[in-house]
Design a protein around this ligand. Sequence first.
Ligand SMILES: Nc1ncnc2c1ncn2[C@@H]1O[C@H](COP(=O)(O)OP(=O)(O)OP(=O)(O)O)[C@@H](O)[C@H]1O
Length: 258
Amino acid sequence: MTEQPILQIEKLDFAIGGHAILKDINCRFAAGGIHGLIGPNGSGKSTLLRNICRIWEPQNGRVLIEGRDYRRIPRKSLSQLVTLVQQDTRLDFSILVSDFVAMGRHPHLKRLQWLRQRDQDIIDQALEVTGTEVFRHRLINELSGGEAQLVSLARALATEAPIILLDEPTSALDIRHKLEIMELLTSLRAAGKTIVISIHDLDLARRYCDTVTLLQQGRVHYHGMAEQGFAEQRIKEVFHVGVEEIATEHGVSLLFYR
Ligand SMILES: Nc1ncnc2c1ncn2[C@@H]1O[C@H](COP(=O)(O)OP(=O)(O)OP(=O)(O)O)[C@@H](O)[C@H]1O
């Protein structure tokens, strides 16, 4: 990891209603990487992502973006720096997909300002790269879960934020779309984006992530290079399952759980 991470979490504690959920979280995320957030159900992945984009705020500790405590960054500027694709992307209200993706441009507009040509171009590109152009004139609450997940990613891309947080973005996607999203994240990394992604599919995570943060009961069990993070012993310790690496003829190994 580089000396100056774009995103740093220091001694972060977070509780809801007096119940401690995240405890003493310390992480550094280098710019231009895909960083996996892995852990069992309820280990705190979504909560950590929500703390990183300041939907929730830690009671103790700090989140530093480009070296600055995010509490010192105005909300609108923070929205230009960090964006979150939430786990549950279904909405209860009707809004056209194109208008929903356009919301990604709000941090860049003044109050009541119309979209400019440049904003429109960015929205069009976000729809195109996520393959959601065809849904442009549909209502978002009439899309399937997987389609809505792709549209949410388009809205995140429209913000042009350098840090993209994704909470299980592939959970509702079929295998082709899963791979397409991971390939898209790879090209975003090549363009310099920093991606923090919570993901349950360990094989997909091993294939695409540069670093991994393993969470267990609200604490960091491991934070570092992906290769060591996915060692059999660590997976056993965190998930309490037997695991074995099976080599394939494609030069990669897959995990077999027992
Ligand atoms: N709004 C809330 N109020 C109270 N407790 C909450 C709330 N949101 C999350 N929690 C609790 O915080 C803990 C961590 O939840 P979180 O959703 O962050 O886990 P996760 O690792 O993302 O899980 P999953 O893999 O199932 O999505 C859980 O015990 C959960 O019950």
